[in-house]
Design a protein around this ligand. Structure first.
Ligand code: PLP
Length: 470
């Protein structure tokens, strides 16, 4: 499989090269040349365990990794999960709740980042090279990425979070990790500032080459790939539970990575009826699908901080699909976006955007609290605020059970990651989890940085130089 940049100005790369390169040199994101068709495999795949299914799907895209090596990496990655099913589903009322939080840091990002940590270590050992990972986090990516690579040979990781804008628990999960290859920065700015700083480092090619920069944000194709797996797995389980053979997925969305994995599953032939892009008040995607105009507003803090994102990096992958893989068209759109702060792709401005599977729905913080409370009453089940956004969006689009479509809500975090919001909503005790309780008395390690790419370059350079010093 070859990978091409969404902006069309770089030569095709292999899977291995794509994983280590992260962001394409023309500023675009990597896309597989085609989506392999899985229609004929669905029956056989529906009988596989999670790791075996992951192997069958990933080998279609990672065809330059020997099968035995890939199988072993997948086994190692999902042995760290606390459920033998890796991503189990539970049926509550008419909804299937797909629990994606059974990994080490209690958020769905572990599904991709446990795998990416193993993949990086494998590729670096073979190339005899090293990697400095630079990542921006709105909360959950940071801890999941850190857990994926902590203590690994040949890798340093630098994680920026917007100072004071991630939950106290999320902050502890990042800053209490003792391994020397983990470096945390609290940035005086928003998540979008952090993400722009990462992009600035990648676009400084001499700096990027000198320090072997690598990406773990969902711009890295390997993350999307790992997430495609649970759309298939959950659909098979939902079919067993309901007998229904078409599927709608409600996806709490920030950077558009998770929902793009669902889009890829649809393109591969999974019978997806709807992919619901569920957003909070930071609703650039909802506004785009309502008006055809993609234009960021100011980032507003909400009770679902992992979705407090205005510019959704992976949206460019969707634009590339809309442009029928024409990189020149996407490059022109993105240029307009950079210069004018808005873009209108191939759609009439002011009209809802037509899409065969995507629908966007916005859910505000008050409705989130209401949904958490109602779900706790009706089902004795605690939703985290992000998951609640998806659940509410699903209930909005499917107010009545649908005869042929199973509705699957992606549960993206364990509620104990957001104890205050949940307790405020239910009026009950704050949810806890032993993994999180164990962090409370550990010493944090974090430095403060201004929202300035030059300051980040200096800090990364200094930390790596200190390691190289004898
Ligand atoms: C990251 C995250 C999201 C958003 O996922 P994207 O792939 O960025 O759209 C939703 N919920 C939780 C809990 C997250 O950590």
């Amino acid at each position: 499989m070859n990978y091409l940049s969404t902006r069309g100005a770089t030569p095709p790369l292999s899977f291995r090269e794509t994983v280590l390169t992260g962001l394409a040199r023309d500023g675009g994101l990597f896309m597989p040349e085609t989506f392999p068709c899985a229609t004929a495999s669905l029956e056989a795949w529906s009988k596989l365990s999670y790791p075996d299914l992951a192997f069958e799907i990933m080998r279609l895209y990672a065809d330059d990794i020997p099968a035995d090596d890939l199988r072993l990496m997948i086994r190692k990655s999902y042995n760290t999960f606390r459920s033998p099913e890796v991503t189990p589903s539970v049926q509550l009322g008419d909804l299937q709740i797909l629990e994606l939080w059974h990994g080490p840091t209690l958020a769905f990002k572990d599904v991709a980042l446990q795998f990416l940590g193993n993949l990086f270590e494998y590729l670096l050992a073979q190339n005899k090279s090293r990697l400095a990972i630079v990542a921006a986090t709105s909360g959950d990516t940071g801890s999941a990425a850190i857990d994926g690579v902590r203590g690994r040979e040949g890798i340093d990781i630098f994680v920026m979070h917007p100072k004071g804008r991630v939950s106290p628990m999320q902050e502890l999960q990042m800053t209490t990790v003792p391994d020397a290859n983990v470096h945390n920065f609290a940035v005086e700015g928003s998540f979008d500032d952090c993400q722009n700083m990462v992009k600035a480092l990648f676009n400084d090619h001499p700096f990027r080459d000198a320090h072997h920069l690598g990406a773990v944000n969902s711009i890295n194709w390997a993350r999307i790939l790992a997430q495609i797996v649970y759309y298939f797995y959950a659909a098979f389980r939902a079919r067993e539970a309901t007998g229904k053979n078409r599927f709608a997925f409600a996806v709490p969305t920030g950077n558009f990575g998770d929902v793009f994995a669902g889009y890829a599953a649809w393109r591969m032939g999974l019978p997806v009826e709807r992919l619901i892009i569920a957003t909070n008040e930071n609703d650039i995607l909802t506004r785009f699908f309502a008006t055809g105009v993609y234009a960021p507003g100011a980032a507003a803090p909400t009770t679902s901080p992992s979705m407090d994102i205005q510019v959704a990096s992976n949206f460019e992958r969707y634009l590339y699909c809309r442009a029928e893989n024409n990189g020149k068209t996407v490059a022109a759109w993105m240029k307009t976006f950079a210069t004018e702060g808005r873009l209108v792709p191939d759609v009439p401005e002011g009209k809802p955007v037509e899409d065969p599977v995507l629908t966007a729905i916005r859910v505000d913080s008050q409705t989130v609290a209401e949904t958490i409370r109602r779900f706790a009453c009706d089902h004795c089940y605690t939703l985290d605020p992000h998951t609640a956004i998806g659940v509410r969006a699903a209930q909005t689009l499917y107010p009545q059970p649908d005869d042929r479509t199973a509705v699957i809500c992606l549960a993206t975090a364990h509620p104990a990651k957001f104890p205050q919001t949940v307790a405020d909503a239910t009026g009950g005790a704050a949810p806890t989890h032993p993994i999180l309780e164990a962090l409370r008395n550990l010493p944090p390690r974090v430095a403060t940085l201004p929202a300035d790419a030059e300051a980040l370059k200096a800090a990364v350079g200094a930390a790596l130089a200190a390691k190289d010093a004898p």
